[in-house]
Design a protein around this ligand. Structure first.
Ligand code: AMP
Length: 304
């Protein structure tokens, strides 16, 4: 079933305690599409890039069946650029630089073939762009999920709240949930954020897993303890891609399906962090994913 992924397609420079990667391919939509490509072959990306973006990377996505018609290439422009540095335990990071570049003037024109997408993942990028995509859809997608970050809360809170009103699932990290709600307790933050519109809220807590809330239930998905975490960049987007990939197979949005979906998302994110950038996501097999999912089941299964 068709999944539209909206978000940055970017160039990143990353520094972690285990090394550095200069000007590698990143961006929310890139991670979402790679992760989801293991679950559905009808993925469409809407984004914008400049001439500095390596074309072979787009070809690679195409070879995985991803429709890249909606990635607008701006002649003479520079791609969105982000650089960040992770703390020693890799649980937090500082953004060193965000250059919006071609994203600054992005007024997307949704290709007509995209307008009937059944599933929509509004990945991290300008809230006005997320809104414009929602407004251009021919009919409301069956499931709309959205991710965002503190950068947009600081710079475009009003527009962000308008988008949040219209989605089914919001994914943010714990710090962002506190910023958005003004609450310290994550349970209170969830209660208040659910009043803003979404039916479900997923709060990501990095190596401490993720919490799924609706108005009366909560579920916890752990993160797998890994020997080596090389680079947490994109883990949240990969999580979203795995989650939406799974949901697009199931079709129906329910708390029960979302529980499984966030385990799929966590499994995909656990691969993502094992190498720099998108490297690990490019070479997975279905068998590896199955084995990883089994590890998640074993991690939380116990008898009374
Ligand atoms: P994550 O680690 O899941 O938060 O995602 C990291 C990716 O998000 C990187 O590849 C960046 O290119 C991209 N990114 C960083 N800042 C922003 C932003 N303000 N808006 C959209 N994408 C961003």
């Amino acid at each position: 079933m068709s999944l539209l992924a909206v978000g940055t397609v970017a160039i990143d420079s990353i520094e972690t305690p285990l090394g550095k990667a200069e000007r590698v391919v990143g961006g929310a939509a890139t991670y979402i599409a790679w992760a989801a490509s293991y679950f559905t072959d009808q993925i469409r990306i809407l984004s914008i890039i400049g001439e500095d973006f390596p074309q072979p990377e787009l070809e690679l996505l195409k070879s995985k069946g991803v429709d890249t018609e909606g990635i607008h290439l701006i002649k003479g422009g520079k791609s969105f650029f982000w650089s960040g540095r992770y703390s020693t335990d890799m649980n937090s990071r500082d953004t060193l630089e965000t250059q919006l570049n071609v994203l600054a003037d992005f007024a997307p024109d949704l290709p007509s073939a995209y307008k009937n997408s059944k599933y929509l993942m509004l990945g991290n990028l300008t809230p006005a762009v997320q809104m414009s995509v929602l407004n251009q859809m021919e009919s409301r997608p069956d499931i709309i999920a959205m991710d965002t970050m503190n950068f947009w809360m600081d710079s475009a809170m009003g527009e962000l709240l308008e988008v949040i009103k219209r989605v089914d699932i919001l994914t943010i990290n714990d710090e962002e949930a506190r910023q958005l709600s003004g609450q310290q307790s994550l349970a209170k933050a969830a209660r208040d954020i659910l009043k803003m519109g979404p039916k479900y809220l997923i709060i990501k807590k990095g190596e401490h897993g993720a919490l799924l809330f609706d108005n009366d239930q909560v579920f916890f998905a752990p993160a797998l303890p890994l020997y080596d975490v090389f680079d947490p960049t994109g883990a949240g987007d990969t999580f979203a891609g795995g989650m939406m990939g799974y949901l697009s197979q199931k079709g129906e949005l329910s708390f029960s399906n979302l529980k499984t979906a966030i385990i799929y998302g966590s499994a995909m994110a656990s691969f993502c962090v094992e190498e720099f950038g998108i490297n690990k996501l490019k070479e997975l097999t279905d068998e590896e994913i199955k084995i990883r999912l089994k590890k998640f089941i074993d991690l939380v299964h116990f008898e009374l």
